[in-house]
Ligand binder design. Structure first.
Ligand code: UDX
Length: 437
């Protein structure tokens, strides 16, 4: 099939490359000339494992085309995915200007029947507005489909190529059956393609993200309680996760969720509900709990040095991990931002390391912190803070760490280390719901 994906951000670029991998011809359209020129040279705007190879391979095969011309793309493809950004409009509601502009332009440029697919996460009712915007510009029939994307950063290719399910919301059988045909090579079984109404598909995406965010906020609360009552969260987690109704995934307590989706989508769901005349107190509390969680490790650091009678102005801390999670250089709403800024405010000196997120964190922290290699940051530091769960941090050289740190103390914001590791190596660990000393 011939397709267009408008917007070469995370979702757009991954979707375009993955559709091309299965033999489709895909136009990746962006108004950013520089981005398109770079993509043609194989320079990607984001870091995502496996994406570069996939893009290069399909570009060379001539199946992945990069262009700033929406006209060229719309003329040559029947299905047009809208994957442009929907930034927070400032009041928790996503700004849909970009999405609606693309819809209008597609309507204006369409030489015949076209299917417009909402891939961006958009509030319930947006697909109808997209339809109206496109239809107002053309006499040709236009169908809209809501096809939310569930991929995770760091595993985007794997998630897109082998999705657990594909949700297709449409009231047009013609559009839905073309979409099913497009997605068949990606799923194990046709039953993995869930066809719904437009509104149900739109809401599904928010319901999923808010539920996962809620799960994280819930376990963070339980872990905080573990700290108070002397329980070990890792044991509690095991006991919870083995109940198949709860499931083992997304039970990691930590420093709060971040990223481009959970914070924005949880906020948006609360607003969507309010706009519909109903308040969702549980959903609205999720964000407040998450904001508080970013303070937990800072509090532990303050208490520890206060107990030692040491002024924070005389403290140097090493930080492992800046990105909002492992496998990405994405710093959007990373808990590390709040934590580091809070500590800087107290006068702490920070030397930070991250396998890939230096470039993305420099605009945030500037020269207020030092950026160094993971062992270098430990030199003369009073303690180590682990803020991202990069695998390279899980099995470090403890002897080397001990020889570099002033004291063998780890504030483990991701509960990376086991009791046995800490004991064998003589480390003090302050985790989230886990303390070993
Ligand atoms: C998320 C959804 O998983 C994905 O389906 C959706 O399409 C986009 O939003 P992503 O933001 O890439 O994906 O990251 P994810 O792996 O879900 O993690 C989100 C945040 O939650 C991270 O900050 C992560 O550290 C945190 N998290 C995750 C926890 O604190 N504990 C967990 O157990 C899992």
């Amino acid at each position: 099939m011939k397709l267009s994906v408008v917007g070469t951000g995370y979702v757009g670029l991954v979707a375009g490359a993955c559709f091309a991998e299965y033999g489709n011809t895909v136009y990746c359209v962006d108004i950013d000339q520089k981005k398109i020129e770079n993509l043609k040279k194989g320079i990607l705007p984001i870091y995502e494992p496996g994406l570069e190879e996939l893009v290069l391979r399909n570009f060379e095969r001539g199946r992945l085309l990069f262009t700033t011309s929406l006209e060229e793309a719309v003329k040559d493809s029947h299905i047009i995915f809208i994957a442009v950004g929907t930034p927070d409009g400032g009041d928790g509601r996503p700004n849909l200007t970009g999405v609606l502009k693309v819809a209008e332009d597609v309507g204006r440029l369409a030489p015949g029947y076209r299917i417009l697919v909402d891939k961006s996460t958009v509030p319930v009712g947006t697909a109808r507005r997209v339809h109206a915007a496109a239809a107002s510009q053309t006499q040709h029939p236009i169908d809209v489909v809501s096809n939310p994307e569930f991929l995770r950063e760091g595993r985007a290719i794997e998630d897109f190529m082998k999705p657990e399910r594909v949700v297709i919301g449409s009231d047009s059988e013609r559009a839905a059956s073309l979409m099913k045909e497009l997605y068949m090579p990606f799923v194990q079984d046709s039953a993995d393609i869930i066809q719904t109404t437009i509104e149900s598909a739109e809401l599904t995406k928010y319901a999923c993200n808010a539920f996962l965010a809620l799960k994280i906020s819930f376990v963070n609360e339980i872990a905080n309680l573990c700290d108070k009552v002397g329980a070990n969260y890792l044991d509690v987690k095991k006991g919870m996760g083995t109940d198949s109704r709860i499931g083992k995934k997304f039970l990691n307590a930590g420093i709060g969720y971040g990223g481009s989706c959970f914070p924005k989508d949880v906020r948006a769901l609360g607003m969507i509900a309010r706009d519909a005349g109903i308040v969702l107190p549980l959903v609205e509390q999720v964000e407040r709990t998450n904001d508080d969680q970013k303070e937990v490790l800072v509090h532990k650091v303050k208490e520890y040095f206060k107990g030692k009678g040491k002024d924070l102005k005389d403290v140097k801390l090493a930080v492992w991990g800046l990105a909002f999670k492992a496998g990405t250089d994405d710093m959007r709403e990373a808990p590390s931002i709040t934590i580091i800024n809070e500590l800087l405010k107290e006068g702490v000196k920070i030397h930070a390391s991250d396998p890939v997120a230096f470039e993305t964190s420099r605009p945030i922290f500037g020269d207020s912190i030092a950026y160094e290699e993971m062992y270098k940051v430990l030199e003369g530091a009073d303690a180590l803070l682990v803020l991202t769960e990069w695998p390279v941090y899980s099995e470090p050289d403890f002897d080397r760490m001990k020889s570099l740190l002033k004291e063998p103390v780890i504030f483990d914001g991701r509960n990376l280390y086991r009791d046995t590791q800490m004991k064998a190596n003589g480390f003090k660990q302050f985790g989230i719901g886990v303390t070993h000393s």
